[in-house]
Design a protein around this ligand. Structure first.
Ligand code: B3K
Ligand code: ZN
Length: 855
């Protein structure tokens, strides 16, 4: 397979200032006519190359003359030699949306026709130079059967609609903003809209519509609210106003990922739009608001300023994730939001950065770009923007983004353009900071604090080290903004306020004088740098910090560290006393100054995977036993407090307010500890909660608990849940996922059975992810020594690759961690990868992930 290199970038040979598309839509056979104005770019005599695959070429002409005999048809496109400076190229092709199971290009989903073009799906619709640095003005004519497809949408403004022959109708759309083809979209189908409007800061009225199946209109209100808040937030915080008179969102059931920011026509996986209390959890509500905002924010960070090439992906994704995280933080509790974001960074990105698929946020090369929509490009990318925000301060950061938007509006830009704008607008030198863009691996930050009682002085030594990653044996020090404080060991007072230390070298020392008392170190407050911290602190001091640090995130961290150290020591076979952990949890649970949402986060144990990351050889079974054991201990010793917390968090009826959400969160955490403590009445409490729940958070919380146990209530609840929601795909996904995540030893048999359930299908990515993706992340089951877990996921990946290679490729990463396991498991994991690689006609997507995972 061809490897694309970052340094091989060359500007396009031909530009395409305008394109007119004409779709005769039909699920089986759609005809697409395209008229491209092409213009030679620079002084050269290279031919025009148009990317294209999965389509039948029916006609090809240059300047009105048939040129089908001159055009060279290659496997991946067309090549035509052209003299002169400018031409009109016309093509006509036939494609089949219904047989498009890859869900890239134009495809059918529950009776709709819709598109997905990013990154390289447009070439499956028509022949075109499919690269993001070609910006064109689009006019789109679409025609379809009026009964089956009453609604016809594309980018920009609707300029004309009307009837045509044989019960068909048409619509004409015109997008005044030049855009790369990955932002093209169309949707045709029987949709109903929930409408609203937004008045921009300059007084322009924007018509908003969320298009869904007619039955689902009442589930769009939360998404609409989020959209309006996001529009207002982007004006206030970034000065960015919406630029068209219409903004449309469409929800579809079959979608490869979360959503897509097509210009003025965002297309969403329905799970990130549809919500009501009966079917969506509080976590779903949060995710919907976050994704709606994310896609909206792309209108500036992505669309108005787009990416020059796909190695610049983090330019739009890292920045936009940072923007959506800040938006959600402003909306709710910043501390809890930060805890959640860091938790997912640690769960998804840290392992990626420590394994064979590690890559910098600007990768050096790829085989299939779809494989690089990763936690690294997105979430580590966001951390890198966040660090700039800290180094510059909010005001200068805003000056920097203003300059960036102004300077590059209407352009395809690079990450370097972004950093240069930040640097120029702020006057802050970011030369060394740029290493973050090209260096993979999570830095380890070592801290040691020495106290000299005679002079009342503390000396803090910070040092950093990044481990080698594939093809990067040597690492340079990176710029680390480390927010610290010193907390008095006696009084618990912050002795110096918060200070931002910027570590730029391998190691550096800092002195703090005239301290009133001996301090403890509060380090990497609010997770100021995306690093792992190595800091020898006694359990007692961690417990003290968890109760006294004035940064809520740092309190959470101290608690996590305390629990983690305990579990790691236990896994290593050391005798350690759980008392300190138990007391710290007790203190947090009974602290009247903390809100429920924070308490709930703070008392959850670090995941099994986090324990594994601290060990040289991972034994998932042993880790699970140790973790279960600590949960049981906490459940039993603090039984009274869990019961109290549970009761005090009960509310007479459902409300969607931060207070109510926090209460539900703590209530469900308390329930899970009662169950972990194997308290006799835990199943009946869960069942009661399940039965009388007036919302999905409580129903799902109860089911999560029951599904791990052997009580008769387990089967009752699973059956009741299924019966209540059969036909509601998004909720049935939860039913599959909950079982795949179960901690019971028989989960593999059950999951295999579920794979044969009539509701299971590999064709729907949400369903495939709910069962197989969830199971592959259920460490104790996936890594079962029988090898059955590996076998099952391997079979599924191979089968799925034939249908949807992008989704299949995303399930391979867990196999790539084989080096971290004992030889028994490691060999089976390698065999699984080899079996995948020996499959005939493997996709590029799966080939790249599996072959790299073996190294
Ligand atoms: N930009 C899209 C992601 C496209 C993924 C293509 N494999 C959604 C987003 O990040 O907002
Ligand atoms: Zn994005």
């Amino acid at each position: 397979p061809v490897v694309i290199h970052r340094h091989a970038y060359r500007p396009p040979d031909w530009l395409v200032p305008t394109i007119a598309l004409d779709f005769a839509l039909d699920p089986q056979k759609t005809r697409v006519k395209a008229r491209l104005q092409v213009k030679r770019n620079g002084d050269h005599n290279r031919p025009l190359k148009l990317d294209g695959n999965n389509q039948k070429l029916l006609a090809f002409s240059v300047d009105g003359q048939d040129a089908q005999s001159q055009v060279k048809q290659e496997k991946e496109g067309l090549v035509i030699a052209l003299g002169g400076e400018a031409h009109t190229i016309e093509t006509e092709v036939e494609i089949s949306p219904e047989s498009n199971s890859q869900l890239m290009g134009l495809y059918a989903s529950s009776g709709l026709l819709c598109t997905q073009c990013e990154a390289e799906g447009f070439r499956r619709i028509t022949y075109f130079p499919d690269r993001p640095d070609i910006l064109s003005r689009y006019t789109v004519r679409m025609e379809a059967d009026e009964k089956a497809f009453p609604v016809l949408l594309s980018n920009g403004n609707l300029t004309l609609e009307g009837k045509s022959e044989n019960g068909r109708h048409f619509a004409l759309w015109n997008d005044p903003f030049p855009k790369p083809c990955y932002l093209f979209a169309l949707v045709a189908g029987n949709l109903a809209a929930y409408r609203d409007e937004f008045i921009t800061q300059s007084g322009r009225k924007v018509a908003l519509a969320i298009w869904v199946r007619p039955d689902d209109v009442n589930k769009t209100h939360h998404a609409m609210n989020a959209l309006k808040m996001a529009m207002a937030w982007d004006e206030k915080v970034y000065g960015r106003e919406y630029d068209l008179d219409q903004f449309n969102i469409v929800a579809v059931d079959d979608f490869n990922f979360g959503a897509m920011e097509n210009k003025s026509l965002n297309i969403f996986n329905s799970r990130y739009i549809l919500a009501d209390p009966d079917t969506a959890t509080d976590a779903d509500y949060d995710a919907i608001a976050g994704v709606v905002a994310h896609e909206y924010f792309h209108n500036w960070s992505g669309n108005r300023v787009t990416c020059r090439d796909w190695f610049q992906l983090s330019l739009k994704e890292g920045f936009t994730v940072f923007r959506d995280q800040s938006f959600s933080a402003d909306l709710g509790s910043p501390a809890v939001k930060r805890i959640e974001d860091v938790r997912s960074l640690r769960a998804a990105q840290f392992p990626e950065d420590a394994g064979p698929l590690a890559h910098p946020i600007q990768p050096d090369s790829y085989i299939e770009i779809s494989n690089f929509y990763t936690a690294t490009v997105y979430n580590k990318g966001a951390e890198i923007i966040r660090m700039m925000h800290q180094l510059l301060g909010a005001e200068k950061f805003r000056k920097g983004t203003d300059l960036y938007f102004e300077r590059h509006d209407g352009e395809a830009a690079t990450c370097e353009n972004f950093v240069a704008a930040m640097e120029e607008a702020s006057g802050v030198d970011l030369t060394d900071f740029r290493h973050w863009y090209h260096q993979a691996g999570t830095p380890e930050l070592k801290a040691s604090l020495k106290w000299d009682g005679a002079t009342k002085t503390s000396t803090l030594t910070l040092s950093q080290k990044t481990a080698a990653t594939p093809s990067q044996p040597e690492k340079q020090p990176v710029v680390l903004p480390v927010a610290i404080a010193l907390i008095g060991k006696q009084t618990g007072k912050n002795l110096i306020g918060e200070q931002l230390l910027t570590l730029t070298k391998d190691s550096e020392s800092y002195r703090f004088e005239n301290l009133a008392e001996e301090p403890l170190l509060s380090i990497n407050r609010h997770f100021s740098a995306p690093v792992t911290v190595e800091n020898q602190v006694s359990p007692e001091d961690l417990a003290f910090l968890s109760a006294n640090d004035d940064d809520p995130f740092a309190r959470y961290e101290a608690m996590q560290q305390l629990m983690l150290d305990f579990m790691v020591a236990r896994v290593r076979g050391e005798q350690v006393d759980p008392k300190t952990v138990i007391n710290a949890v007790e203190k947090t649970l009974t602290n009247k100054d903390l809100d429920n949402a924070f308490i709930a986060e703070a008392v959850i144990l670090p995941s099994e995977n986090m324990v594994g990351e601290k060990l040289d050889i991972v034994d998932p079974k042993r880790i699970a036993e140790i973790r279960d054991d600590l949960r049981k201990m906490l459940g039993q010793t603090l039984e009274k407090l869990w019961r109290q917390a549970y009761q005090s968090c009960e509310r007479p009826s459902y409300q969607y307010t931060p207070e109510a959400v926090g209460a539900r969160r703590l209530k469900n955490v308390a329930l899970s500890y009662l169950a972990a403590g194997e308290l006799a009445d835990a199943p009946s409490i869960a069942w009661l909660q399940f039965e009388k729940a007036d919302n999905m958070t409580d129903r799902r919380g109860a089911l999560d608990v029951l599904v791990n146990g052997f009580s008769p209530e387990r089967e009752k609840a699973l059956t009741a849940f299924y019966e209540r929601y059969k036909g509601n795909a998004l909720v049935i996904d939860k039913w599959f996922a909950v079982q795949a995540f179960s901690t019971r030893p028989d989960v593999i048999e059950n999951v295999k059975k579920l794979a044969k359930h009539p509701d299971f299908t590999l064709k729907n990515p949400n369903r495939a992810r709910a069962l197989i993706g969830s199971f592959a992340h259920n460490a104790r089951a996936f890594h079962d020594l029988s090898g059955e877990g590996y076998r099952f996921v391997t079979d599924m990946v191979i089968a799925l690759d034939k249908i949807n290679s992008q989704t299949a490729a995303r399930m391979i990463a867990p196999f790539g961690r084989w080096q971290r396991y004992g030889s028994d498991r490691a060999e089976m994991m390698q065999d699984a990868l080899k079996r995948i690689l020996s499959t005939p006609d493997l996709s590029r997507d799966v080939f790249e992930q599996a072959s790299k995972s073996l190294l």
